[in-house]
Design a protein around this ligand. Structure first.
Ligand code: AMP
Ligand code: ZN
Length: 492
C-alpha cells in the first residue's frame, strides 16, 4: 500500500498534542525504544512497551514497507543492579565473569519471553557495553561545547548550560530540585545535573577514558546508540511513562547539546502503567509477576496462559491509559481468541478491514481496532452458523460478505501479531482437567499468618502484594477461638 493513502497520527509527549506523523526521510523511518536492564526476569509491566511498540513497528512496516523501517531496542548490560546481582548469584567467580553470566542469561530469557508474546525482533538490539567508545566520544563533545564538567571524579552534565532543559517533562529547574528520582549531592552545580561518567573501583566493570577508568551513566547509552543507528535526529522515541523524567529528558539534553541540534527525536511516545489494584507493577513494590511465570507456571489464576492471550488482553486498552491487570481480562481475551480461531479464516490475499487500519493509524487505537474485530467475528460466526444450517437443507454457500468478514478477522489479528491458525482453542479445558498445585499459595498464607502473629506487618503486606500480583485475593477473619484465619480465592 502506498504511504500516501495511510496517514498515521501520534500523540507526541513533546508537544502534548496528537500530530500527523511526518518522517524526516519520507522513505525511511527510524524508531528507538528503551529496552530492558538485564539483571532479572522481566515482569508483565515490562511486556507492555515491548508489545505496544511492536504493534507500532508492524504498522510502520505496513505503511512504509518492511525494509524501510529501522527499529532499535537497546539492552542495558552495564548497571549497578547487574553488579549487585552478579556478586550475589556467583560469589565464587571474578565479577566480570559473573556479570557476563547474569547479562547473557537474562538477555536470552528476555528474548524468549517477548518472542512468546508475538513480538518481532527489532532491526538492531545494541548492547551498552558494545558502544562505550561512542559514549566516551559524546562526553568529549559535551565537554568541548561547555555542557559537561568534572567534580569529585565524576563527569556531570550541566543542566544550567541548556536554556530549554525540561521541555519534554514540562519541569523547570526549581521543580527538579524536589524531583523524587534526582539524588541530591553537594558536588553538583545544580541538583538536576546528572552523571555522564563515573569512576570504577578495580573490581567494578570499567573502561579507560580521558576521565579515568570508569563506566557510563545510564542515560548516555541511549543517546550514543540512537545516534549510531538512527542519526543525530530521528523520528520516534518511545518507552514507558516513568522514563519521561529523568531518563528521556536527559537523553534529549545530551544529544542536542553534543550535536548542537534543535531536536533529538521528533515524536515521543509513552505507554501507561500496568497496575495491580491501582499501583504500578514494579520490582520494588514486590507486586509483580514475571512474563515467564505467566506463561510457564500456574501462578497466575491457576493457569499457564498462552502469550497471545496476554497480548490481546494488553492491547484491549489504549497504550496511553493505565491497565488494571486481572485474571478476568485474560479470560475475556482467551474467549475471544477461541471464537476467532473457530470462525476466522486466514487468507494471505485478504488484508485487515479499512476500519481496523484506520483505528490503528489513529494513534494506535487498539481498543477501537479490537471492537472492529468483534464486529467481524459476529458476522463470521453468524454466517458460518447460517451456512451450516442451510448446507444441511439446500447446500447453500456462505454469503460473500460473511466470508470476507471471517478473512478480515483473521487478517486483523495477524496484523496485531496473533496467528489464529496456530492457536489451540482447547488449551483452557486441557489445563483445567489437569491437577493444579496450590501448595505454594498455602505455604505463603501460612508464612503471612506467622508474620502477622509476630506483628511483622511489613513482611505480611509483602506476601499479600505478591499473592495479589498472582491474582490471589486473601480474606482475613477470626475463628471462634479468636485466632486469625485466612481464606484465599482466585480473583476475577
Ligand atoms: P525497566 O527495566 O524498569 O527500565 O523497564 C523497561 C521498560 O518497561 C520501560 O520502558 C518502562 O517504562 C516499562 N515499564 C516498567 N514498569 C511498567 C509497568 N508497570 N507498566 C508499563 N510499563 C512499565
Ligand atoms: Zn533509553
Amino acid at each position: 500500500m502506498a504511504s500516501g493513502e495511510l496517514k498515521l497520527r501520534i500523540t507526541n509527549t513533546l508537544t502534548r498534542t496528537k500530530e500527523d506523523f511526518v518522517p524526516l526521510d519520507p522513505n525511511n523511518v527510524g524508531m528507538y525504544v528503551c529496552g530492558p536492564t538485564v539483571y532479572d526476569f522481566a515482569h508483565i509491566g515490562n511486556a507492555r512497551p515491548a508489545i505496544v511498540f511492536d504493534v507500532l513497528f508492524r504498522l510502520l512496516r505496513h505503511v512504509y514497507g518492511p525494509e524501510h523501517v529501522t527499529y532499535v531496542r537497546n539492552i542495558t548490560d552495564v548497571d549497578d543492579k547487574i553488579n549487585a546481582r552478579a556478586a550475589r548469584d556467583f560469589p565464587g567467580l571474578p565479577l566480570n565473569e559473573a556479570i557476563r553470566k547474569v547479562t547473557e542469561t537474562t538477555a536470552n530469557q528476555y528474548q524468549r519471553d517477548v518472542t512468546a508474546l508475538g513480538c518481532l525482533e527489532p532491526t538492531v538490539q545494541p548492547r551498552a557495553t558494545e558502544n562505550i567508545p561512542e559514549m566516551i566520544a559524546m562526553i568529549g563533545e559535551l565537554q568541548q561545547r561547555g555542557h559537561a564538567y568534572e567534580a569529585d571524579g565524576e563527569m556531570l552534565f550541566d543542566v544550567g548550560s541548556m536554556p530549554d532543559y525540561g521541555a519534554l517533562s514540562g519541569r523547570n529547574l526549581e521543580e527538579n530540585l524536589a524531583g523524587a528520582r534526582v539524588e541530591v549531592s553537594t558536588h553538583k552545580k545544580n541538583p538536576a545535573d546528572f552523571v555522564l561518567w563515573k569512576q570504577s573501583s578495580p573490581e567494578e566493570p570499567g573502561w579507560e577514558s580521558p576521565w579515568g577508568r570508569g563506566r557510563p551513566g545510564w542515560h548516555l547509552e541511549c543517546s550514543a546508540m540512537s545516534e549510531r543507528y538512527l542519526g543525530q535526529m530521528f523520528d520516534i522515541h518511545a518507552g514507558g511513562l516513568d522514563l519521561i523524567f529523568p531518563h528521556h529528558e536527559n537523553e534529549i539534553a545530551q544529544s542536542r547539546c553534543a550535536h548542537g541540534t534543535p531536536t533529538m527525536a521528533r515524536y515521543w511516545m509513552h505507554n501507561g502503567f500496568l497496575q495491580v489494584e491501582g499501583q504500578k507493577m514494579s520490582k520494588s513494590l514486590g507486586n509483580f509477576i514475571t512474563i515467564n511465570e505467566l506463561l510457564e507456571t500456574e501462578k497466575f489464576g491457576g493457569l499457564r496462559w498462552p502469550g497471545s492471550v496476554l497480548r490481546l488482553a494488553m492491547l484491549s486498552t489504549h497504550y496511553r491509559q493505565p491497565i488494571d491487570f486481572s485474571v478476568r481480562s485474560l479470560e475475556e481475551a482467551a474467549i475471544m481468541l477461541s471464537y476467532c480461531a473457530t470462525f476466522g479464516v486466514v487468507d494471505s490475499a485478504i488484508g485487515p478491514s479499512a476500519e481496523f487500519q484506520e483505528a490503528l493509524l489513529d494513534d494506535l487505537n487498539t481498543p477501537r481496532a479490537i471492537a472492529e474485530l468483534h464486529r467481524l467475528l459476529k458476522l463470521a460466526r453468524f454466517g458460518t452458523q447460517e451456512m451450516a444450517k442451510r448446507m444441511s437443507r439446500a447446500g447453500a454457500m456462505l454469503r460473500e460478505d460473511d466470508y470476507l468478514a471471517a478473512k478480515q478477522l483473521a487478517a486483523g489479528l495477524l496484523f496485531l501479531g496473533i496467528d489464529t491458525s496456530t492457536y489451540d482453542r482447547d488449551w483452557m479445558t486441557k489445563q483445567a482437567s489437569a491437577s493444579r498445585d496450590t501448595s505454594h499459595v498455602q505455604a505463603a498464607v501460612a508464612e503471612r499468618l506467622a508474620a502477622l502473629n509476630a506483628k511483622d506487618f511489613k513482611r505480611a503486606d509483602e506476601i499479600r502484594a505478591a499473592l495479589l500480583a498472582e491474582g490471589i485475593q486473601l480474606m482475613d477473619s477470626k475463628n471462634e477461638a479468636g485466632e486469625r484465619v485466612t481464606k484465599w480465592e482466585v480473583k476475577r
